[in-house]
Each structure stands twice: as C-alpha cells, then as structure tokens.
Design a binder for this molecule. Structure first.
Ligand code: GLV
Ligand code: MN
Ligand code: MN
Length: 394
C-alpha cells in the first residue's frame, strides 16, 4: 500500500530542516535533496509507476496507460536557502496523491500520466532558476549549463553526468500544483486557484569594484569604496520599483575582503527584479544600473552588471485555464497571476500546453519558514489536481 498524503508529508518533514529556524536547506545534489530524490523513486515504485531519469537529475514516474501524448504533473523538491516546506514538495506529494485518488475513483486514463520532479528549480546552488526544466526543454544547452558554478566553485558538470535529455519526449500537457506565494487566494476566500500568467523576472549580478585600504588611516576623500555605489544602487532599486509598481530585491551580497577595519575592494550584490512586462523589466534594470554607475563614477569605483538568469513573460493558455477553473459547484476557481517563477513557465515557453493550480497559503509568506497551507486546503488541492488530470487524460 503506498503512503497517503499525510504519511508522505510527515515523512518529508524532517528532511533538510534546520533545528534553528525550522526552515529547509534542500540544495540540489546535497544529502537532503538526494534523500528526497530516493524517497520519490520509492513512492513511485510502490505505486507501480515506471521511473525514468535523465543525466541531469530530472525524474518522471509514468502511469503507463492508454496511448498518445502524456499528461505530466509535478514540481520540484529542492528549496531556497532556509525555505518553506511547501514550495515544490506540495506539487510532488499532491501529484502522487492525485494518482491514488484517480485509481480509487476507478479512473482509466486514455493517455499516460507522468509525475515529474525537476532539479534545481530555485537556482539556489548554480544560480540559474529552473535549470533542470531548461535543460530538459532545450531552453539552455548542456555546453552552457556544464560551466555553471556553485558558491564553492564546483561546476555543474562535476555533479551530474550531463548531456541531452529526452525525458519530455511524449509529453503533451503539463500541470504544476504549487503553494500560492502571496495572499490573493486568502483575500478571495478560495482554497484553490488557477494561474493566468507569470511575470517576467531576472537575476543580475552587480559587481562593484574599488580599492582596498585601511579603515582608519585612509582619509575619506582618498577612498574608492565600492560599498557606497552598492548602497546607492540598493536604495535606487527599492525606489524605482516602488515608483513603477514593480518588484526589486537585493537579497544576496558578497564583500571582499569582508573585514571590519578595511575599505572593501569589491562588493557583489545580486538584484532580483520582477515586472508586469518584458519592457518594464528591461527599463527597471537599466534605471537601477544608471543610478549605480553614476554613483560609482563619483567615487572613482566601477560597476559591471551581468544577467545570470532571465525569464520572459509567460501567458498560460487562457482556454486551458478557463476550462480547468470552470464548473466547481457554486463557484469557479479564481484565475490569478503570479510573480514567482516555475518550471511550468519553462515548459509553457517551450510550447507545451501548461496550467498551474495554486493552493491557498494563509500567511501569504514564501521562500521562508513561515510558508504554510492547511491540511484541508492541501486535500482540496489534491482533489483539484485529480479532477484536472481526469479532464486532461480522460
Ligand atoms: C522561484 O520560486 C522564484 O520565483 O525565484
Ligand atoms: Mn517552486
Ligand atoms: Mn521557490
């Protein structure tokens, strides 16, 4: 007997959890994340699903049934640093539970149903978001991906065999269930929603360079301190994003040599920017860069900006979203946009008809230990996903 939703959820709860914060550290190809990968394969095998993998670390477990293009559902098992329990795993556990529910209903699929786990969705280790699904769809080539490095300088090619992936051959549709990463469903009083679009977003490395010197002996007018242009840039990002109704964050910083009594020689900050259109994103990044460059030139320092992970706007099929959202008792499920990135966006951009289901998150908080979902809402999500799969694979 495979485990039910609650049992699966409680099995996963301790894996990669920090005893200090209660958050999760499930970075790709580390012990915790590999434990999750092994757990997934066991659960798939216990259900009699056929497990397929590629040389990148992506996994699909197939319920071989019917014929024709398959319906894929799933998400990811990696987390951001000190992340929540739900971002990723909820979609994987719900997919397995939805397969169980369909079997209990006696549903006979007219086409295969696959449960997927894509690696390095968060880009928390190698910096490129949705790395597994980008490789599987060909959105990024192995030649580019192999050179990506983690914070210790290890190349992606050192942790996976790599090469072309054929894992998505035979996939006709993709549905990803995900915890909502805002409060839209809370405000609407709905347990489940459907995605309309994903905002374009990107990560940009801002390298500020100056001259290391003594913090006491160097006169203020003799310094080339790159921290000042960084500080100006961080403030400009906040101000420009507010003015334009967009989002900008500096959440990661490296300082060299990082000593209290030295003017730094280099400050590297990573800008995460998200906007309602591709043009707005380009404008926001250009404006933030302009503020940083101006300040750097006043200080005798320099700024260079390198895009590391950029994802264009994604509009999910409105017909598919409307069909999935319609006819659920007294109300349709709300159709809402998101400014969070997902593998579903990568598959959609690759031409796979794709939909997303969101499960209400009472805190509205995500990428944090405070991320949450209630048990009844998780069950509503499983039923919604089973209904959706029945519709797509029936
Ligand atoms: C992934 O969750 C992202 O939006 O960065
Ligand atoms: Mn996610
Ligand atoms: Mn995430």
């Amino acid at each position: 007997m495979p485990d039910d939703f609650e049992r699966m959820w409680s099995d996963l709860a301790p894996i990669g959890r920090s005893t200090e914060s209660g958050g999760y550290f499930r970075q790709p190809f580390t012990g915790a994340e590999r434990e999750l990968d092994a757990w997934f394969r066991e659960q798939a095998t216990a259900r009699g699903l056929r497990v397929e993998t590629d040389e990148i670390g992506n996994v699909v477990a197939w319920w071989d049934a019917g014929s024709g293009a398959g319906v894929l559902t799933g998400s990811h098992l990696d987390s951001v640093l000190d992340g929540g329990a739900y971002d990723g795993p909820l979609g994987v556990v719900s997919a397995l539970a939805a397969v169980d529910e369909l079997r209990q209903r006696g549903f006979v699929p007219a086409r295969p149903i696959g449960v997927s786990v894509f690696v390095e969705e968060e880009g928390s280790r190698f910096g490129l978001a949705c790395l597994g699904s980008r490789l599987a769809t060909g959105a990024v080539s192995w030649d580019v991906a192999r050179e990506l490095r983690d914070r210790d300088g290890r190349a992606f090619a050192d942790v996976v065999a790599g090469g072309a992936s054929t894992l998505l051959d035979g996939v006709g549709t993709f549905v990803e269930l995900h915890v909502e990463q805002g409060r839209d469903l809370v405000d609407r009083g709905a347990a489940v929603g459907v995605a309309s679009e994903i905002w374009p977003h990107g990560r940009y490395r801002f390298d500020f360079t100056g001259e290391a010197n003594h913090a006491g002996a160097t006169r203020m007018e003799d310094r080339a301190d790159p921290m000042l242009a960084y500080a100006t840039t961080a403030l400009a990002a906040d101000e420009q994003a507010r003015l334009a109704g967009q989002r900008a964050t500096f959440g990661r910083l490296e300082v060299a040599p990082n000593g209290t009594n030295a003017v730094p020689s280099r400050v590297t900050g990573w800008l995460d920017a998200r906007c309602s259109s591709d043009d707005a994103l380009a404008e926001l990044v250009a404006e933030v860069t302009r503020h940083g460059t101006e300040r750097a030139s006043r200080d005798g320092t320099a700024l260079s900006v390198t895009p590391e992970s950029v994802s264009g706007a994604v509009a999910f099929s409105s017909d598919l979203a409307a069909a999935i959202a319609a006819d659920h008792g007294d109300r349709d499920w709300p159709i809402i946009p998101t400014a969070a990135g997902h593998d579903a966006g990568i598959l959609s951009a690759a031409g796979v008809p794709t939909a997303m289901l969101f499960v209400r998150n009472p805190t509205g908080v995500s990428h944090s230990p405070a991320e949450s979902a209630t048990v009844p809402d998780c069950h509503a999500g499983v039923t919604a996903l089973a209904d959706t799969l029945e519709r797509l694979a029936g």
